[in-house]
Design a protein around this ligand. Structure first.
Ligand SMILES: N=CN[C@@H](CCC(=O)O)C(=O)O
Ligand SMILES: [Zn+2]
Length: 430
């Protein structure tokens, strides 16, 4: 049976891509996004089951589909329709907040100073291990719902507050369970190499991940117990060095995971060059990327996932995003939602990306939609409004789409409906 939904009366439909089947946008194309606008007539979008089947003026769609039965009509008079945001980097499963560290950071402590004192990721690992499955699931689901209500319809979710296999496995299973509790797309990234556990060295952890953990993971994936997408490592001075990172990432690739990792964040490590060389689909952070790293990522079309909220909270230099875009690196965005950078709204990340990284509004939106989809390997179905793509949409109550970025922190007021696979999953009444 076909279920049809018609959205009508819109003043703008931001398609993001201009041509069908564009998998990511680079260079000038990031700024020249597709927007259908009309001040004179309303715009319609027709959905069949989960997919977009037509976009046009109200009159054209009514004519083209005359006599076709529509099950649901959504009045979008005066509204803008955008693709659902795709958050390309989050750490959403953890217990215990770090508000005490926030105060220390404001007083001048650095991320690594806090980590060396046993705080940071180490503190969250301890708190997460102490929490029950139920408490972890309840807080995870609440965070995912907040993201959904802020317009995110697909999110990358990392493990990484377990570190040892039994704890990481528990986080993987809870992330799997969350899929049936929230109507948000979830891409799971295995990030046991997020830090070094107290009883092990980085080399011992690397050996364990390469020789044991990835093997156990493959078995569970083969048995369809788990559905994991990517492999990650925190490639950083004092955490995993470049050769350990390479081994971990290649072991993940060997079992069918895509490479998507933290690199060149607090220090230059050569992560961008190494990642491009081994076929990484995405590398996050890149605050300290080299010119050679930019060239290598542009050439390999490795997606740079920029996390402006993290640079902002840590008061570190932001990545050279302008130079990346000019060189042809596909740039994506994430919130980095974690107990260090507490945020779940992509509209806030876009605003920070515009102000702090000097991206244009259009570039920020392309980064938060089609390019984030590319970072997760899902841009064939998600990340733009195109006939044939999944109807993951945001309907915003504003005169032009830019308001979702411009009205800093006011997305809660602007977002009227969020649709996932054609179904309304959130409505904010006026
Ligand atoms: N840099 C490593 N990981 C996270 C921080 C996680 C944490 O501090 O708990 C990040 O992407 O910023
Ligand atoms: Zn991260």
């Amino acid at each position: 049976m076909t279920l049809r939904t018609l959205i009508y009366g819109a003043r703008q439909i931001v398609t993001v891509t201009r041509n069908r089947n564009e998998k990511l946008l680079c260079g000038k194309d990031m700024h020249d996004i597709g927007i259908v606008k009309s001040d004179a007539v309303g715009l319609s979008l027709l959905i069949e089951n989960e997919d977009i089947v037509a976009i046009g003026t109200d009159d054209d769609i009514a004519r083209e589909f005359e006599g076709v039965e529509v099950d649901q009509k959504i009045d979008a008079t005066g509204c803008c329709i955008l693709p659902g945001f795709i958050d390309a980097h989050t750490h959403p499963i953890w217990a215990g907040d770090r508000v005490h560290e926030y105060a220390k950071k404001l007083a001048g402590a650095t991320y690594m100073e806090i980590m060396r004192e046993g705080g940071g990721i180490g503190f969250t690992v301890e708190q997460t291990r102490l929490a029950s499955d139920k408490d972890l699931l309840v807080s995870l689901v609440a965070r995912l719902k907040r993201m959904l209500h802020a317009g995110t319809t697909y999110v990358e979710c990392k493990t990484g507050y377990g570190l040892e296999w039994p704890d990481e496995l528990r986080l993987l299973k809870l992330l799997e369970q969350a899929r049936s509790h929230v109507p948000i797309g979830i891409s799971i990234t295995y990030c046991a190499a997020h830090a070094i556990p107290k009883n092990k060295t980085a080399e011992e952890m690397t050996d364990d991940i390469v020789n044991n953990q990835t093997k156990a993971l493959k078995k569970l994936m083969d048995e369809k117990e788990l559905n994991v997408n990517d492999i990650d490592v925190f490639c950083e001075k004092g955490v995993y060095d470049i050769e350990q990172s390479r081994r971990i990432l290649l072991a993940g690739k060997e079992i069918g995971l895509s490479i998507n990792f933290h690199g060149d964040e607090l220090n230059y490590t050569g992560s961008a060059e190494m990642g491009a060389e081994i076929g990484a689909r995405a590398i996050s952070h890149l605050e300290c990327i080299s010119d050679e790293g930019i060239r290598a990522m542009a050439e390999a079309k490795t997606v740079a996932v920029i996390l402006p909220h993290t640079g902002y909270i840590l008061r570190i230099e932001l990545p050279p995003v302008r130079r990346m875009i000019d060189a042809g690196v596909p740039v994506a965005l994430g919130t980095d939602a974690n107990p260090n950078a507490f945020s779940s709204a992509m509209s806030i990340s876009m605003n920070l990306a515009c102000v702090l990284c000097r991206m244009s509004l259009e570039e920020a939106l392309a980064a938060a939609t089609i390019n984030s989809a590319a970072a997760l390997g899902i841009s064939d179905k998600y990340g733009s409004i195109e006939v044939g793509k999944k109807a993951d949409l945001i309907i915003c109550r504003c005169p032009s789409w830019e308001h979702i970025i411009y009205q800093f922190g006011d997305h809660t007021h602007l977002i009227r409906h969020v649709l996932k696979h054609g179904a309304i999953v959130y409505t904010k009444n006026a």
